[in-house]
Design a protein around this ligand. Sequence first.
Ligand code: CTP
Ligand code: CA
Length: 244
Amino acid sequence: SESSPQADDARGLTVTITAGPTREALDPVRYLSNHSSGKMGYALAAAAANRGARVRLISGPVALATPAGVERIDVTSADEMLAAARQAAGDSAIFIGCAAVADYRAEQIAAHKLKKSANDDGMTLKLVRNPDIIALIAEARINASVSESAAASPRPFMVGFAAETRDLESYARDKLERKNLDMIVANDVSQAGLGFGADDNAALVLWRNAAVEPGRAELPAQSKARLAEAVIDQALRGYRAMRS
Ligand code: CTP
Ligand code: CA
């Protein structure tokens, strides 16, 4: 049965959310990035704040206003986002990775603007993998729970997103397991008018813990604001199941 959102039921909980794209410099004037608008992450921050949570929003470069009552931490690159996430994760009850982190960055950031040479007809960029922020936070928290007392440093309930264009459920389940997450919110980004940049979104939610019945929930296409309320509702449900 669906629990109905209660106005203040997240009071006392800290929720950390990553949002937006990251931007990976190539030289002082150019970068690699993606089309993430940040709308979903910002909607999640607003929804969690409305439920009474203390919300930290770690944001890549986006053109959005900070939701009321939300503490925003601006970052540019994946490395900066990881550093901010590590700082914030320690006292978080729930950690939500909604950012579209660039999977690669330039191996070298040129100190000066890259110039064309007289007769070149192209160029090759050497890219290296960025850190997997949510996987590193999930792993660090597991290790911390072993070495410290569980009461001093409980593991946050880890929520990931998965944007896929095919085989949505199997790719999402794979990310849920591989990154040691507790819950994943999967979107089919091949559907016109939904997902990246759009105002509406639909999602499939999967949990790793079998205690959260029935293990999956289909959230139909709706505004990102309403979908965010439903995702926060499901994350709180999962968090309580983990704690009990
Ligand atoms: N993520 C992250 N750090 C990265 C890449 C992804 O924290 N370097 C997080 C995203 O914020 C999201 C989840 O991992 O919560 C899944 O992101 P996605 O791009 O769908 O997965 P990837 O593991 O990067 O796989 P791929 O892009 O190859 O499908
Ligand atoms: Ca990716």
